[in-house]
Ligand binder design. Structure first.
Ligand code: GLA
Length: 730
């Protein structure tokens, strides 16, 4: 079978082939080969049943080329063969001392675990391999699911206790990814903090272990569960890149380990820190999914493959999802000072600009007039909204907009009716302080009564009102993570059960309210990962909405997450860091993803309104290309004074280019911007909505990509947009 793949990274006339059978098995030599148009992944069994990793990289077509898995020889009594072999999923047992995939203790204290192959099942692009301990019925199913359109492999594991005694898991990892043996690799990862998420890091992989993790209870602002490791010579367009993302919104960990034997191993799953998970006889635990992919064409293609997977295979509506609507949110304008009158006035102004989704943020419920009170009391505040929310929602709907509402259901202020009634519902240790952060405590979502309370609260709101969208916030990290109501050996299950129950609430809500959309927010980008993406439509990128800072944050975000998932607002200036930029500049920055407005419209001048109306109309003409197309990071704001991003539509008919200049010095002209991802033979008509492009008419893809085009960008914080229309009818 010849598959023509709708490519996200090469011009459309180019086709790649995925073999008829994505997963092949050579039963004689006991080798599996998983091949797509982008990559191959191979494993094999040694004669004594050890499952070894054989290959991960560019596509291979012939399974016969692969050497069978072999047992190595010990080098010395300090270098046993087990340490030299790239095991696919090593238990902690025998003489194995690198990072294990699974570490357990049996009821009697025995901790040795050696896993061997038992059987396998294959169905379509899914392969399950059963491993079992050499003595006891402790079993692990390794799951592999291949996505042919991107070459990305989803890997996770299920650990089963078939013994007659309880075993305790101390480390349960999703998967181990092995790179081709060697040195000289570079690790790329994202780090940050509140208001400064997604900073890009790049550093050599050396002997020893690098740990990326969250111990915070949520995904975290500090590190993102994503990695890209390259061959040391890669850039946006060239070089081999192995990348992965862990789909978990709680304590996670990814380790990158280079052994003395030039093995490079990436292990990821539940964070073993403070982790203990008992499995009673007959019970099992499923780990999060760890996605991994390969690109032979640099970080740019690696990102585009991941973006495609997110839009096509992970987010709730997949490619059927509607484009993200233009949103208005008054948080930065009014903070807690919301009222029916005030929100109606803003809604009328927002509708005139072309806004499609009007969101009421924090402050609408309980006694919530500041951070100090109200969280947990999810009734509409009667002073602020004397007619409930119905009157406002009807008004918003009559203006032609959908209505959205901010909620932070996992939290409680001690000053609330809910906490007075259920002080035991929060995560805590008995007779220990309960550390408040932002004057709030975390509800113990691992408890079934709390879980039902949260589901019922949100279900009630979504059933009672015409709510299209929840902005689901989570504004603090965990502390004193106790669950005193369950036996001591089960208390640490909290880390896992909290997240499972969070997902379960979201899943049930979506099932019951199929039109409901959700944004994952956690004080900005504190809960951005592919686990929660199964239930939400977008992420709040950062509480820092200052446009120049945002250029960097957005560039970092785009390494791992698709533009459509990136919620971006235009807000007032000065903001956060006291910098002021023009309204046009702020719009062109916020158009890189899902455009929203968070400014105080009551203060906007007539000219501001005209600019905003024009910019929103422009965005609506190009948003399909931005949200569903292919992103090319042409020049990075991290390294260049003039930065640029380009998007090409899936059908190749439109491309959009944004160019940003940081500052003007010595009247030096901005450099020519060379485009990417166009058809060299096609002609493109150039449209310059702001007149800053120094070219007009039609130009060939070859000229645009080789010579580039110039812009009049003569101010500090200057920006321009160009739309390219393919004119040859193909
Ligand atoms: C968090 C969010 C903000 C806003 C406030 C409201 O900080 O990130 O966008 O919703 O909470 O309290």
């Amino acid at each position: 079978m010849r598959r023509v793949i709708a490519l996200c990274c090469l011009p459309l006339f180019f086709t790649l082939h995925t073999p008829a059978q994505v997963i092949q098995f050579d039963s004689g030599r006991r080798i599996w080969l998983i091949t797509t148009a982008y990559s191959s992944y191979a494993m094999g069994l040694t004669p004594d049943g050890e499952l070894q990793h054989l290959y991960w990289g560019g596509p291979l077509s012939r399974i016969a080329d692969l050497p069978p898995a072999q047992r190595r020889r010990d080098i010395s009594s300090f270098d046993p063969h087990q340490m030299l072999e790239n095991e696919e999923y090593p238990g902690w047992g025998g003489p194995r001392f690198y990072e294990p995939a699974l570490k357990i203790t049996r009821a009697g204290g025995n901790r040795d675990l050696v896993l061997q192959y038992v059987s396998h099942r294959q169905e379509g692009n899914r392969l399950d391999i059963e491993l079992k301990d050499i003595r006891d019925p402790i079993q692990v199913t390794l799951h592999y699911l291949a996505y042919p359109d991107t070459g990305i492999l989803a890997r996770w594991s299920t650990i089963h206790n078939q013994t007659s005694q309880t075993i305790t898991l101390e480390s349960a990892q999703s998967a181990v990814w092995n790179l081709p043996p060697g040195a000289g690799y570079y690790l790329n990862y994202l780090s940050g903090r509140w208001g400064a998420e997604d900073q890009i890091n790049r550093e050599p992989v050396r002997e020893g272990m690098k740990v990326l993790e969250s111990r915070l209870g949520h995904t975290g602002h500090n590190l993102s569960p994503w990695f890209a490791i390259d061959d040391g010579e890669a850039n946006e367009d060239f070089g081999r890149v192995w990348f992965g993302a862990l789909a978990w919104s709680g304590n996670w960990r990814i380790t990158v380990e280079q052994t003395p034997y030039q093995q490079v191993r990436i292990v990821g799953g539940f964070n073993p820190f403070d982790f203990l998970y008992p499995l009673n006889p007959g019970e099992s635990l499923e780990t999060p999914v760890f996605y991994g992919g390969f690109s032979a064409h640099g970080w740019g293609e690696a990102s585009r493959l991941l973006h495609r997977l997110e839009l096509q295979d992970i987010e709730p509506h997949g490619l059927q999802a509607r484009p993200r609507p233009v949103l208005y949110n008054s948080w930065e304008a009014t903070e807690f000072n919301v009222s029916e009158e005030g929100q109606k006035a803003l809604a009328a102004k927002a509708a005139k600009l072309g806004v499609e989704l009007f969101v009421v943020d924090d402050g609408w419920f309980g006694e919530r007039s500041s951070e100090h009170a109200g969280l947990g009391d999810w009734y509409v505040n009667p002073q602020k909204f004397p007619h409930g929310l119905a009157s406002l929602i009807t008004y918003v709907n009559q203006l032609g907009m959908d209505f959205g509402l901010w909620v932070e259901p996992e939290m409680v202020n001690p000053n609330s009716d809910l906490y007075r009634k259920h002080p035991d519902w929060v995560i805590h240790f008995p007779n220990r302080p309960r550390s408040e952060l932002r004057y709030q405590l975390v509800l113990n979502l691992a408890r079934d009564d709390v879980k039902e309370f949260i589901f019922n609260t949100l279900d009630h709101l979504a059933s009672q009102y015409n709510i299209r969208y929840f902005k689901w916030d989570m504004n603090r990290i965990f502390s004193e993570p106790g669950w005193p109501e369950v036996p001591p050996n089960e208390q640490r299950e909290l880390w896992v059960r909290y997240v499972q129950n969070l997902y379960d609430i979201m899943r049930r809500l979506r099932e019951k309210h199929p039109n409901l959309e959700m944004e994952s927010c956690s004080g900005g980008g504190g809960r951005v990962d592919l686990g929660i993406l199964r239930y939400v439509d977008e992420f709040w990128t950062s509480d820092n909405t200052e446009a120049f800072d945002r250029l960097h944050i957005q560039n970092g975000f785009s390494q791992a997450y698709a533009p459509k998932l990136m919620s971006d607002w235009v807000t007032d200036v000065p903001n956060m860091n006291h910098r002021s930029t023009s309204l046009e500049y702020r719009f062109l920055v916020a158009m890189q993803g899902a455009l929203g407005i968070g400014a105080n419209l009551n203060k906007w001048t007539e000219q501001d309104n005209q600019t905003a109306t024009r910019m929103i109309a422009l965005y609506k003409r190009i948003r399909n290309t931005i949200q569903f197309g292919n992103l090319y990071r042409l020049l990075s704001p991290w390294t260049h004074d003039v930065s640029a991003v380009e998007y090409t539509s899936q059908d190749g008919k439109q491309a959009v280019l944004f160019v940003y200049r940081h500052s003007q010095e010595f009247n030096t002209p901005a450099p020519a911007i060379r485009l990417a991802g166009l058809d060299p033979k096609a002609l493109y008509r150039l449209e310059s909505p702001d007149g800053k492009l120094q070219a007009s008419g039609e130009l060939s893809g070859a000229f645009l990509m080789q010579n580039g085009i110039n812009f009049r960008l003569s101010d500090d914080y200057d920006a321009a947009a160009v739309i390219l229309h393919r004119v040859d009818g193909n």
